[in-house]
Design a protein around this ligand. Structure first.
Ligand code: GLN
Length: 187
């Protein structure tokens, strides 16, 4: 059985674990480098990217994850997790793993629409429209280099892949459709 690590400091890691086990894989909570060494793939959930990044750095997980990804481990970041995977976080020096050639802006949707739901078309992921929940979401301002846009919303990429790295600015774990997780488990 494939072992799917889920960074478990903050945010809705329990819901990711549920989706992963529904898809027949084994979720493992990751808080230390020892935990990381047990897993085949890694999910970094939403939450507060500064907090998750700081705690990961304290545990040596920023560089440990970067090394694993450089040697091919698939990683999936949702929302704050995607921020941590971005090469460029506009107007921020916060710790990040990087590797995904995008420029991202945190909390990019104004206060009035801090959180919203919509439907996305992502033909590479699913023949059906994807429901997407955005919560104080970042906006991808540029997709560079080898990074590929898999879904867009209002002119911004919201699902991006670069080799083994997948990032979503929304929360696919909060809907009943496991299509994005299934895609990640097949990377
Ligand atoms: N606003 C958070 C951040 O900037 C991300 C929000 C989320 O993960 N739902 O880190």
């Amino acid at each position: 059985m494939e072992r799917i690590g889920i960074v478990a400091f903050q945010g809705d890691f329990a819901r990711h674990a549920e989706v992963v086990s529904n898809l027949g894989a084994l979720p493992i909570e990751v808080r230390t480098r020892g935990d990381l060494s047990l897993v085949d793939r890694l999910i970094i959930p939403g939450g507060e990217s500064t907090t998750i990044g700081m705690l990961m750095e304290r545990e040596g997980l920023i560089s440990a994850v970067r090394n694993r990804v450089e040697s091919g481990m698939p990683v999936f970041g949702t929302c704050a997790g995607m921020i941590l995977l971005a090469d460029e976080i506009l107007e921020s020096e916060q710790p990040r793993i990087g590797g995904l050639a995008i420029a991202i802006r945190r909390n990019a949707y104004g206060r009035q629409i801090e959180s919203f739901e919509t439907v996305l078309s992502a033909p590479a992921i699913s023949p059906h429209p994807l429901e997407a929940v955005f919560i104080r979401a970042p906006a991808v301002e540029a997709v560079n280099g080898q990074a590929q846009t898999l879904a867009e919303f209002e002119g911004h990429a919201v699902l991006v892949r670069q080799g083994p790295i997948l990032g979503a600015s929304f929360h696919p774990e909060l809907t009943d459709d496991p299509a994005v997780h299934r895609y990640f488990l097949a990377l």
